[in-house]
Design a protein around this ligand. Structure first.
Ligand code: PEP
Ligand code: MG
Length: 555
């Protein structure tokens, strides 16, 4: 058995679904794929071998696609397979490999290795996090190709370790999507890997398939043996090897409850979010990247209540240009045509540090140079975002939201710059019809904004209460500091009064009021918000169906 045997709970990074899973470890031991580095004797034979392998690997993908379709599988998985298939059928890649064989008297396997390694290196060097993660696709396609070059009996050998009975937790240093897709989905309950990123395809797949996946589990392949029992908690990102009987019973109960809940929640799909007495409230989703869109759809959100655009600016060396931002905003707007899409302008600073902004070290970053303050000092950068947002608002479903407003002048200046950006675009013939009357709303997340919400409501087209910040600023309790976690209470009477006041002032001035902080999906808070006549609540996609069930049960 292993060092962690005996109920050590270890924390990793949760990248898949937030559910709990139990299963026996299935260590994924990928076959050693052979790369023949010597000089090829039969060049035409190698070219033929390469073409056959390309055909065969593409056929395997066709079969996997069929299997996925038969099982009613996730759209992301299907798209991924299509992307791999396209890479295998790509003429340019084939020409490169054939040229490599001719020029170097190389074998087919070496050509495949070199060409796909070069593609992989190209993606790895990219700044964009999403594109960077595509390097794993190149590695996967290369493996598919090399596998197809093995003699038939060897290539048929299973990639997985010795068969046992499921459910399994796949354990590996790094998992490639093909490992998950070529395994019977019904028998996989979770994934545990040493390497991976939240934007890697394996993570996207796991989320799409509702499987908990913990990445960055250090030395896991050395600690776990084939068949060890593992519990994964996708909610907390922790895992436990060799649980005791009581722990197993505890988690099994939790898993059963989860399954029952999931079934009950599925019934909420397509239903209206309305109380017994007929009061309606819109339930929208908070997102941080385009990858979240499919999750939002799966949970039947009525639109997007908060797109945190700062994530587009992170993990790179410079700000995303107008074109890149335009494409991202338009992709969200298009995905929710006819529905509201609230996009928040850059909220950098505080705990969301972006290195290339070179913000001097601050003693109190949450009280410092962040969000709208930073944008109003960087007119050129802010206008690029405003232009991209306006251009993307073709059908008028995008609403712009400004973070951390404390003063009326901040809203007025931002609106003035937006108007200037619109005029510029108009002169260039780039302002779409939908953008003519783009709504501009604000986050109410500082006590100052609450106290002047009567005045702000005359300038803003909507309010969205950000309890994550409002609670910390009102109760003087840092949202990231564990030591004051018990003081950080969204149900404190001061917060309730602030919410009440904001809704009243918004409604008195005829504008809708929503809430997009984490507290919004808490059952007690939901009840309070509905009583206070809130118009909409935006939350993480996974909380939507549950919240709908709660609202529908209210009097
Ligand atoms: C908030 O403060 O409630 C909010 C939604 O914004 P963020 O969590 O991004 O600061
Ligand atoms: Mg905030």
């Amino acid at each position: 058995m292993n060092v962690n045997q005996g109920r050590t709970t270890v924390k990793g990074i949760s990248a898949g679904s937030s559910s709990v899973a139990f299963g026996s470890a299935l260590l994924v031991k990928e076959k050693e794929l052979r790369i023949e580095t010597g000089k090829a004797r039969d060049i035409e034979g190698e070219i033929e071998k390469l073409r056959r392998a390309l055909r065969q690997a593409a056929e395997t993908i066709q079969q996997e696609k069929q299997r996925l379709e038969d099982a009613g599988g996730a759209a992301e998985a299907y798209e991924l397979l299509e992307a791999h298939e396209m890479m295998l059928l790509d003429e340019e890649a084939r020409h490169k490999m054939e040229a490599f064989i001719h020029q170097n008297q190389a074998t087919a396997s070496l050509a495949a290795d070199q060409v796909f390694e070069a593609y992989k290196a190209m993606f790895e060097a990219m700044e964009d996090d999403y594109l960077k993660a595509r390097a794993a696709d190149c590695a996967d396609v290369k493996k598919r190709l090399l596998k197809a070059m093995l003699p038939e009996d060897e290539s048929k050998a299973s990639m997985l370790g010795k068969a046992q009975t499921g459910p399994f937790v796949l354990v590996a240093k790094e998992l490639l999507p093909s490992a998950l897709l070529s395994t019977d989905r019904g028998s996989i309950s979770g994934l545990l890997t040493e390497k991976g990123s939240k934007t890697s395809h394996i993570a996207i797949l796991a989320r799409g398939m509702g499987i908990p996946a913990i990445i960055s589990a250090r030395n896991i392949t050395e600690q776990i043996e084939q068949g060890d029992e593992i519990i994964l908690d996708g909610g907390t990102g922790s895992y436990m090897i060799g649980p005791s009987e009581e722990e197993k019973a505890h988690y099994e109960k939790q898993i059963k409850k989860q399954q029952e809940e999931r079934l009950a929640l599925k019934k909420m799909m397509g239903k209206e979010t309305v109380t017994q007495s007929g009061r309606k409230v819109r339930l929208l989703a908070n997102i941080g990247s385009l990858d979240d869109i499919s999750d939002v759809k799966k949970h039947d959100a009525e639109g997007i209540g908060l797109f945190r655009t700062e994530f587009l600016f992170m993990d790179r060396q410079q700000i995303p240009g107008e074109e890149e931002q335009y494409k991202a905003y338009k992709a969200v707007a298009d995905a929710f045509l006819g529905k509201e899409v609230i996009i928040r302008t850059l909220d950098a600073g505080g705990d969301k540090n972006i290195s290339y902004f070179n913000i001097p070290k601050e003693d109190n970053p949450f009280l410092g140079y962040r969000a709208i303050r930073l944008c109003l000092e960087r007119e050129e950068m802010f206008k690029i975002q405003l232009r991209a947002l306006l251009r993307a608002n073709e059908t008028g479903n995008i609403k712009i939201m400004l973070p951390l407003i404390c003063r009326i002048e901040e809203l007025q200046t931002a609106k003035k710059w937006l108007e200037e950006a619109a005029q510029e675009l108009k002169a260039q013939g780039l302002l779409p019809a939908g953008a003519e009357k783009t709504a501009v709303g604000i986050m109410i997340e500082t006590p100052a904004a609450v106290m002047i919400s009567d005045q702000l409501a005359k300038e803003a087209n909507f309010f969205s209460i950000g309890t994550n910040d409002l609670v910390q600023y009102t109760l003087a309790a840092d949202r990231t500091n564990e030591s004051v976690a018990d003081l950080y209470d969204p149900h404190h009477p001061a917060i309730r009064r602030m919410i009440q006041m904001t809704i009243e002032n918004g409604h008195k001035n005829g504008i809708p009021v929503g809430l997009c902080g984490e507290a919004g999906s808490d059952a007690r808070m939901l009840r309070f918000l509905v009583e206070q006549q809130i118009d909409e609540i935006s939350m993480s996609p996974g909380s939507i169906l549950k919240s709908r069930a709660i609202v529908r049960a209210l009097a």
